[in-house]
Design a protein around this ligand. Structure first.
Ligand SMILES: Cc1cc2nc3c(=O)[nH]c(=O)nc-3n(C[C@H](O)[C@H](O)[C@H](O)COP(=O)(O)O)c2cc1C
Length: 254
């Protein structure tokens, strides 16, 4: 009985939302895609997606980001393997403090603030591009570790793209046409867990544990691996990534 209830809940979670607001529909129905068709993404669309990234709001309009676009062949030439999940296009998004050296090197005295600022702005640009991708009827996935595509492989990407210090690769947006329109969406936390309506923080442990159990069930069903196991594997990658990032971070104040 419990199993049927869990399955039903998961299935209901996959329903498409239809609101009167098209932007909201795009946001609410977005799902990460892990299987793409071989259909190419045109250069025109890629340029418009990059324009969406460049139009993102940023702290003092500093635009602390840099984008590296690739089509399938360009990626293959650069990295010697296909874009993960068979995607036909990709954009590597970096947090970029290098340009600030030209404007005012004072930022080097405040590495925590400026690193956070750069990561925040660049992450917003990644989301703007993700939504633009959805607007074209394409699908995407942001990557930070799969296929050495994000900040977890800082040194590797830095070397491949010949990045100067102060430029931090964060994530790769891999995108294209989906192989199948039916995408799987993992359960989200109940929104009351993350919204603190009375202006006072409340940790909702019970609901958080309930979500973890739902995630375990969903991941096990979809990928044959529980979230708790996934997380353990993720943790194994962290010591190297932490060290690489710490070294890069130190260079801000050098
Ligand atoms: C910054 C970032 C990095 C991610 N890195 C990976 C990754 O390396 N591999 C992967 O399979 N999914 C990755 N994801 C996708 C998440 O697993 C996915 O967003 C999450 O499970 C929620 O699913 P949804 O995007 O369908 O809502 C990443 C997502 C973000 C935002």
């Amino acid at each position: 009985m419990k199993l049927i209830y869990k399955l039903l809940k998961l299935l209901l979670n996959q329903r498409a939302v239809k609101e009167d607001n098209e932007t909201l529909n795009i946001i609410l129905n977005r799902k990460s895609c892990r299987r793409f068709s071989k259909k190419k993404v045109s250069k025109e669309i890629l340029e418009k997606i990059l324009l969406a990234g460049a139009s993102t709001p940023s702290t003092v309009n500093l635009q602390t980001w840099s984008f590296f676009p690739f089509d399938y062949d360009e990626w293959y030439q650069k990295f010697g393997n296909p874009i993960p999940f068979g995607a036909q296009a990709a954009i590597i998004v970096c947090a970029d403090l290098k340009r600030l050296e030209v404007i005012d090197p004072v930022f080097k005295k405040f590495p925590y603030c400026f690193y956070t600022l750069a990561v925040m702005n660049a992450s917003l640009s990644a989301m703007n591009m993700t939504l633009a991708i959805e607007g074209f009827g394409l699908k995407s996935i942001m990557l930070s570790q799969t296929g050495r595509t994000g900040f977890m492989d800082y040194e590797y990407i830095k070397e491949k793209l010949s990045l100067p210090s102060l430029v931090f690769p964060l994530t790769t947006i891999a995108f294209g046409f989906p192989e199948n329109e039916l995408l799987f969406s993992p359960p989200k936390l109940d929104k009351e867990v993350i919204i603190h309506r009375d202006g006072k923080y409340t940790l909702r442990e019970e609901e958080t544990i309930a979500w973890l159990k739902d995630m375990d069930f969903a991941c096990n069903l979809a990928e044959g691996e529980k979230i708790t196991e996934k997380f353990k594997n993720y943790l194994k990658m962290l010591p190297k990534a932490e060290e690489e990032l710490a070294n890069a971070f130190k260079k801000i104040s050098d």
